[in-house]
Ligand binder design. Structure first.
Ligand code: ATR
Length: 284
């Protein structure tokens, strides 16, 4: 029931109409008896500050932030969590005692399916495809999970190098190297890796016939984790399964970041059986 005490949450982005977050959070509100509602707000860059001021003035409990606002939101907030500060990106804003605090739960969401599936990262070698905001969240998560070595692979090499520099200087993690996507050495690098993460948008609908790297490079010792969740079974994951590699799709991360945001807003921990039900609902 919506009443005078219902708290408002939502997602601010552009585009936002295909977001699964409203479904996801409203399901959690209902299942966990929290009196809140979550809406999607399409906000253009030039309207961001007004949108944030409006949500603040209306007393919204908080909101998610997505493309293209994850960095632009920062000057509009009162403070940042250490993680959001280290990443230079915010995906969750929480109103705490009248102040807007920026958090980042993307990296928590990324790690969640790895621990749930007993994929060990500590001291391992991980290969990350991509060098955008998603890739930085992945790399940050890997470092927090004590990965041994990271290879960042990107179509545009200088972006991979910029990410690696951020990682060395701001995150103080030195075991990072960069390669271009078409580098012949990629095959060699994958031989020592145990985890391959696709943090590019290659394979995303409507270009779902695309694969970010050649199928021939995939090896059975890898866990292949694709952040793309539309479609759930990407060409990369199909090819990985065909060589006998373990796979993880992008829905686990989406749910993981949402559950972490939900807990920040409500103080309620989402039980694992509810997470499983949510996954079933969103993948059917
Ligand atoms: P996000 O916030 O999701 O990370 P982004 O910052 O736009 O989005 O990054 C998209 C990533 O996908 C980049 O690493 C991009 O590679 P470039 O830096 O070379 O642009 C990668 N990407 C997008 N389309 C690609 C394609 N067709 N082939 C290879 N990489 C692609």
């Amino acid at each position: 029931m919506i009443d005078a005490k219902t708290t408002l949450l939502g997602i601010v982005g552009d585009p936002v109409e295909h977001s699964l977050s409203p479904q996801l959070h409203n399901y959690l509100f209902k299942r966990l008896n929290v009196n809140g509602r979550y809406l999607a707000f399409r906000v253009k860059p030039d309207a961001l500050s007004r949108a944030v001021a409006g949500l603040d003035a209306l007393g919204a409990t908080g909101f998610n932030v997505t493309v293209p606002h994850k960095q632009a939101i920062i000057p509009l907030l009162d403070s940042l969590s250490p993680e959001a500060q280290a990443l230079g990106a915010v995906n969750t804003v929480v109103r705490e005692r009248g102040r807007l605090v920026g958090h980042n739960t993307d990296w928590i969401g990324f790690l969640e399916p790895l621990s749930a599936n007993d994929v060990h990262i500590e001291a391992q070698h991980a290969v990350v495809l991509g060098a955008g905001g998603a890739a930085l969240g992945v790399v940050y998560g890997l470092i927090r999970a004590h990965v041994g070595h990271i290879s960042v692979v990107n179509r545009t090499l200088h972006k991979a190098q910029a990410l690696a520099q951020h990682v060395r200087q701001r995150l103080n993690f030195k075991q990072v190297e960069t390669l271009a996507l078409d580098d012949n050495a990629l095959g060699t690098v994958l031989r020592t890796a145990t985890l391959l993460v696709n943090a590019t948008s290659v394979g995303l609908w409507p270009h779902s016939d695309k694969i970010p790297i050649s199928r021939d490079l995939l090896l059975p010792q890898l866990t292949v984790y694709d952040l793309v969740y539309n479609p759930l079974e990407t060409q990369l994951l199909k090819a990985a399964r065909a060589v006998g590699a373990d796979t993880l799709d992008g829905l686990g991360m989406l749910i993981g970041q949402a559950v972490a945001a939900f807990s920040l807003w409500t103080g309620v921990d989402v039980p694992s059986d509810e997470v499983a039900k949510l996954r079933e609902r969103l993948s059917s």
